[in-house]
Design a binder for this molecule. Structure first.
Ligand SMILES: C[S@@+](CC[C@H](N)C(=O)[O-])C[C@H]1O[C@@H](n2cnc3c(N)ncnc32)[C@H](O)[C@@H]1O
Length: 292
């Protein structure tokens, strides 16, 4: 599928601010992505493994995506909306393994462009044809942007991996209302996100804001209430804090041992691991169904 035109809307004042707030994070420093792509530029086509060192920004790699596919009960040819799709690694994996069509929505223009470049060079025709990246803020996404040349039929499923934590409090309800709008009746959404497991102390709030571009986290009951209010039911809220904690501690340790690493990225990995070790910050895997 074709990629959308890069999102450069700033006439209403705050699109660029929002992008800058998120894109300043060490995780989104694109030097690593660009140098990896330069090192494989001689290859005529790329496989998923060629870019796996940087393009998967959720935790637990392919296992998380297999679980997502299982929870959504993905069937070949279904259409999936990936909200906050980053480099579209999730879309390429699901298109290849589960034969679905995936439209990703990504806020940062440069990340979207790299996502598109990687998808177009994939060796598998199914991936090139079935994965599309749209550069837009999901909160203000229009039907023209999301459906492109396709018929305006709502998606079978939606997913969002480690994106929602970047939203301010005021945007959370509108986010789930948008997801509801673009999903068919009875369609399911799969989410992985942060939440406030126990009251956060000031130091944790500052670190979340400055290093993770996260200014607000709901409690478990607030989270589920917002999702229900937006028109979803059958809400399953699974705490995955301990599982992620082990992954994050191992990730920080592995990165520290690397030669020539980026001090900012090392600090980011250390801080996220430390926050999860503290026990106040939690990880959630949530699934919910659009009410008929
Ligand atoms: C941690 S990354 C995860 C990317 C991808 N889901 C993955 O698992 O590899 C979160 C992504 O969400 C994007 N994002 C944040 N707010 C967004 C918004 N309002 N609309 C669309 N994308 C957004 C960020 O730019 C970032 O690329």
């Amino acid at each position: 599928m074709e990629s959308s035109t890069p999102h450069q809307r700033n006439t209403e004042g705050n699109e660029d601010d929002k992008n800058n707030f998120v894109s300043k994070m060490a995780l989104y420093d694109l030097k690593i992505a660009r140098s990896t792509l330069a090192s494989i530029s001689h290859k005529p086509t790329w496989t998923i493994a060629d870019t796996a060192s940087f393009d998967c920004m959720h935790y637990d790699g392919d296992a998380a995506l297999d679980l997502c596919a299982h929870k959504l009960a993905l069937q070949p040819d279904q259409r999936v909306l990936d909200i906050g799709s980053g480099f579209s690694a999730t879309g390429r994996f699901l298109a290849l393994k589960y034969q679905v069509h995936v439209t990703g929505v990504e806020l940062q223009p440069e990340v979207h462009e790299l996502a598109d470049t990687i998808t177009r060079k994939n060796a598998e025709e199914r991936v090139v044809k079935n994965v599309r990246s749209v550069n837009a803020d999901f909160l203000t996404l229009t039907g023209d942007e999301i459906y492109g040349q396709d018929e305006r039929v709502p998606f079978d499923h939606a997913l969002s991996l480690l994106c929602i934590m970047h939203l301010p409090q005021s945007a959370r309800q509108p986010f789930f209302e948008q997801a509801h709008k673009y999903l068919k009746e009875g369609g399911r959404i799969f989410i992985e996100d942060f939440y406030q497991r126990k009251p956060l102390i000031d130091d944790e709030r500052v670190k979340l804001r400055n290093l993770v571009a996260c200014t607000f986290l709901p409690t478990k009951s607030e989270y589920s209430a917002t999702v229900a209010e937006a028109g979803f039911d059958s809400i399953e809220f699974e705490d995955v804090t301990e599982h992620w904690r082990d992954i994050l501690v191992a990730r920080a340790k592995k990165y520290k041992a690397k030669a020539n690493n980026s001090p900012d990225l090392e600090k980011f990995y250390d801080t996220v691991a430390e926050l999860f070790l503290g026990g106040d910050l939690g990880g959630v895997r949530l699934t919910a169904t659009k009410r008929s």
